[in-house]
Design a protein around this ligand. Structure first.
Ligand code: NAD
Length: 347
């Protein structure tokens, strides 16, 4: 297996492979960059088909966290952890404690949190072996769930995107197709509805979809047809790699802005969207609300008001990105990477 010559290797500072025979733990932690602060990023548990696939994921995701935190102006670097296991079958308190010991061995250079395949309850087991965990909630009854902050950040990102692409200042009558009404998508749908947007929702979970559509009086579409919706905005809030070349050609929307991580199936799709006059909102800028919340939770002087004020600064960051994109003719995705690198170079 290649590491230093891996296509996703991007001068990562440290890559740690850890195992625990008793619990069956097989994990990789990737620390991409700590110039701005400790590397914070979630712990993903997924039944990867191979170690190579797990390595690819952790390298890509950890680099994404560096860029996300840099553009969110957080004193954090980028890291991520993966466990090769089926979260429904293999996960156990023993495995999570073993993961905690691995995290602890890094002495705080890496801070873990929830991600797909892990819950707040899992993080409590990790926390038995290390204090370098965030997203646990601040008090009993507080779930620590960052999704409402993520959704608010996407909403603020959309304010900037529609101003730049459509010359609009408000959401009244804005037609939005929203893919995925899970933790983030449902919060976002409610906020858009309250602002007067007209929603078309989709999800593979028909029950969740039906309930939210009824609550908001929103239209629904089958998952495979959502890309053809006659809307102003496509908001991907389900899974990654949703923006393929085919989807880029099909979209009727003039703006893409959503919460999903790694929306572009391949980097060149950003250029295809750009060529079609579709404004793509760089995903790691739009969805930074969650990491902002998780960072603030680490400190004793936590204030929800301060978190939300910080989240709302995503609008300014995107204004700068969209302005630079307009002036240079480059895609916003390329400009976002450039801006992140500039900020890192200054740290
Ligand atoms: P979630 O699992 O709660 O919701 C995802 C929803 O998408 C589910 O309802 C699922 O049924 C639906 N879905 C899956 N495949 C689909 C498909 N093909 N078509 C339509 N719907 C489909 O996840 P979440 O926490 O809401 O996160 C959504 C996305 O945002 C993920 O990509 C996640 O990585 C990203 N993200 C989340 C946060 C956060 O704070 N939760 C932060 C940053 C990024």
């Amino acid at each position: 297996m290649q590491v230093f010559d891996h296509p996703e290797f991007d001068h990562h500072q440290q890559i740690v492979f850890g195992s625990d025979e008793a619990s069956g733990l097989r994990a990789i932690i990737a620390i991409h960059d700590t110039r701005r602060g400790p590397a914070l990023g979630g712990l993903r548990i997924f039944p990867y088909a191979s170690e190579a696939e797990a390595l690819t994921d952790v390298l890509r995701l950890s680099r994404g966290m560096t860029y996300k935190s840099a553009l969110a102006d957080l004193p954090l670097g980028g890291g991520k952890a993966v466990i090769i296991a089926d979260p429904r079958r293999d996960k156990s308190p023993g495995m999570l404690r073993a993961m905690g010991r691995l995290v602890d061995s890094l002495g705080g250079r890496y801070i873990t949190a929830e991600d797909s395949g892990t819950s707040e309850a899992d993080m409590r087991h990790v926390n038995e072996a290390t204090r370098h965990v965030s997203g646990l909630g601040r008090s009993p009854g507080d779930s620590g769930d960052p999704s409402p902050c993520t959704a608010h950040g996407v909403y603020c990102a959309l304010q900037s995107a529609i101003r730049h692409a459509l010359g609009r200042e408000d959401m009244e009558g804005l037609r939005v197709a929203l893919q995925g009404v899970g933790h983030v998508g449902a919060h976002l749908a409610r906020q858009l509805h309250a602002a007067g947007a007209r929603l078309v929702l989709t999800d593979i979970d028909r029950d969740a979809l039906g309930m939210l559509a009824e609550e908001l009086g929103a239209a629904t579409m089958p998952p495979e047809e959502i890309f053809d919706a006659e809307v102003d905005v496509f908001a991907p809030c389900a899974m990654g790699a949703v923006l393929t070349s085919g989807v880029a050609q099909r979209l009727k929307a003039r703006v893409v802005c959503g919460a999903a991580n790694n929306q572009l199936a391949t980097p060149d799709v950003a250029d295809q969207l750009h060529a079609r006059g579709i404004l793509y909102t760089p995903d790691y800028v739009a969805n930074a609300g969650g990491v902002i919340e998780v960072e603030y939770q680490r400190h004793d002087d936590y204030s929800r008001q301060a978190v939300m004020a910080h989240v709302e600064r995503v609008t300014d960051t995107l204004d700068e990105i969209f302005e630079r994109a307009r002036a240079s003719g480059d895609s916003p995705a390329g400009i976002a990477d450039q801006l992140a690198k500039e900020r890192l170079a200054r740290s």
